[in-house]
Ligand binder design. Sequence first.
Ligand code: CDT
Length: 315
Amino acid sequence: MSRVITVGAAQLGAIQRADSRARVVARMVDLLKQARSNGCDLVAFPELALTTFFPRWFMEDQSEIDTFFEREMPSNETAPLFNAAHEFGIAFSLGFAELTGEEGRTRRFNTQIIVGKDGKIIGKYRKIHLPGHREHEPWRAFQHLEKRYFEVGNLSWPVNRAPADLQSGLFGQMICNDRRWPESYRVMGLQGVEMILLGYNTPVHNPPAPSHDRLGDFHNHLVMQAGAYQNATWVVGVAKCGVEEGCEMIGGSCIAAPTGEIVAQAITREDELVVARCDLDLGQSYKNSTFNFARHREPDQYRMIVERKGAILPE
Ligand code: CDT
């Protein structure tokens, strides 16, 4: 048996600060049109897809910061994207800065949603591993202030069952820096995830550790391929990339199979649709053998080490 869906990773090239949401949404609709021509069931868009990557600037005026946030989804500005996807019968994932009222206060998250072919939200995730710093660090060529502008996500890593028009697949989500942490994948692997949708914005230059810069593309694929294989899941990684306001960001959007192999990959740092036919059953043989968690994991041993019971750890 096979449960095939056709998936598009809709990489976005640079978005400048002056670019309106309407302009960005028009680019996204163009990518959706390409996806329709390619028979896509599902399209993944990047992290914070609607604006430039604003955490690169230190801002103190909350009203200025809030211009980068969405108060509703869909909004007037994003409605054309939702309408086109619905008309084309394409599900999609979308990363955006979310401003919401919860627990009696205003909260801000780095969020991603999956929207079904019928336009209804199937899943929502709020980024947990926020990279960077909270205070202004003038020595940097550019800032990375996600810890200042967002709260840590409070939804864990839910895995959502999609409707039959997406083969009733088990979908999970993560956002950018989450992909570097094995626990992001494993929490979803333990729920049987079959496909993880993952948007990112990754600068080529890492100011605190410039010696890592030459390895940015390698590390990007290393973590996604390992996460896919070790959890027997598809991983769809999609970048916002190119030179944004003078800051160069990696591309390398790709679709990694549960075998750990990349089956499709972007070749530009511009708007580009990467397409693959993905059998959601492909991970089953791994889930039943090498990565049969119920049979081969040793959670008691892991707990013992973490709690320092019987384990010799360096002081
Ligand atoms: N957006 C985001 O999370 N970017 C981070 C940059 C961290 S610097 C290594 C990333 O992990 O790609």
